[in-house]
Design a protein around this ligand. Structure first.
Ligand code: MG
Length: 372
């Protein structure tokens, strides 16, 4: 019997964190929880610590305390650090885990998107590896094993299209958070579910794929696939496309990120091919879902433009959830923030923090004007 894999779960009370603990529950001999952290929900954190036998000093509230996340991410007992913190706040844990040479199971795409070059440096310096938790990137990670990296022509990310697929921009003027939170196929937290409704999530994922796999942004394509059975595809230079298919259940990519290249037996449900019947694909509607095009532009602009994009989006999504702005204003806040802040440098952590700060300030001003 091999030693269990030590897992630090950062963001343990959120959607991905809870599903990760579900994976551990279903294979208790394979995994051992060595640390837990969450933002605010102390009751749930204590209950998790008791269930998984995590000592109080290893089960911490981390709201506004980057050092707590840094310390837990570098624990020697943590073979894998699952970073499921929401938003830019996840950056310290990403850097710390990589600097300490850990495997980083990354659900926090914002840290990679905002701080690409800084994360790359931490990865090289510490020798840590990133295994993506994002379902599309987990699919690419798996499919990429079918051929050498220099033989990859392009990768394709699938998008469910979210709850507003097929709707015209004019129909979306008056939708509220309850409409945008009704995701047709995936069970996720509120930030990412709103991002799915605007296709910003897919835009962020394009940049995430570029950073994870060292691709050119033009090699990353998006196709809408409402059934969410095909999660990602890799096309090689000989014309072969290798895809990963499974039921839309986050526990699969979470478990794979913890155990890869091994696999687990967590019951996530098998695909009933006859019941699925058809798998369909269509081009995304870039006119209605402007955030996707903006993300490509930010990626092309380079520097801290992706950090600005992501920070402005976080501010806009919070304002939308608080009913301060309407759904179409999310894209407007992002666009105007990019216009105001542009693409500052992103070579160092200070550069990234500065760009993030400037973008948030600008976005808040724009929200104020929009909601007045
Ligand atoms: Mg995804």
């Amino acid at each position: 019997m091999t030693e269990p894999i030590g897992v630090a779960v950062l963001g343990s009370t959120g959607s991905v964190g809870r599903q990760a603990l579900d994976v551990v529950r279903s294979e208790p001999e394979r995994f051992r929880v060595v640390a837990l952290a969450c933002g605010r929900d102390e009751d749930q954190l204590r209950a998790q610590a008791a269930e998984f036998g995590v000592a109080p000093d290893r089960a911490r509230l981390a709201a506004g305390e980057p050092q707590v996340l840094r310390d837990l991410a570098a624990l020697p007992e943590a073979d894998v650090v699952l970073n499921a913190v929401v938003g830019f706040a996840g950056l310290p844990a990403t850097l710390s885990a990589l600097e300490a040479g850990r495997r980083l199971a990354l659900a926090n795409k914002e840290s990679l998107i905002a701080a690409g070059p800084v994360v790359r440096e931490a990865r090289e310096a510490g020798g840590g590896e990133i295994v993506p938790v994002d379902s599309e990137h987990s699919a690419l990670y798996q499919a990429l094993q079918a051929g050498p990296r220099e033989r990859v022509r392009r990768v394709i990310l699938t998008a469910s299209g979210g709850p507003f697929r097929g709707r015209a921009a004019a129909e979306l003027e008056s939708v509220g958070p309850e409409d945008a939170l009704a995701h047709p196929t995936w069970n996720m937290g509120p930030k990412i579910t709103i991002d799915s409704s605007t296709l910003m999530n897919k835009g962020l994922e394009v940049i995430e794929a570029r950073e994870l796999f060292g691709l050119d942004v033009e090699q990353v394509e998006v196709v809408v696939h409402p059934q969410s059975v095909v999660h990602g595809m890799v096309e090689f230079t000989d014309g072969a496309t290798v895809a990963q298919l499974s039921m839309p259940d986050m526990r699969l990519p979470i478990a794979y990120a913890l155990a890869a290249p091994d696999r687990v037996s967590t019951p996530v449900g098998v695909v009933d091919w006859a019941a699925v019947g058809q798998l369909t694909f269509e081009a995304p509607d870039l006119g209605t879902f402007r955030c996707l095009g903006r993300a490509y532009e930010a990626a092309r602009s380079g520097g801290a433009a992706p950090a600005v994009l992501s920070a402005a989006n976080e501010v806009a999504v919070e304002a939308f959830l608080a009913r301060e702005i309407g759904w179409p204003a999310i894209a407007e806040v992002v666009e105007q923030t990019l216009d105001v802040v542009g693409a500052p440098g992103a070579g160092t952590l200070d550069d990234v923090l500065f760009a993030d700060q400037r973008a948030r300030e600008a976005a808040r001003e724009i929200v104020k004007t929009a909601s007045a």
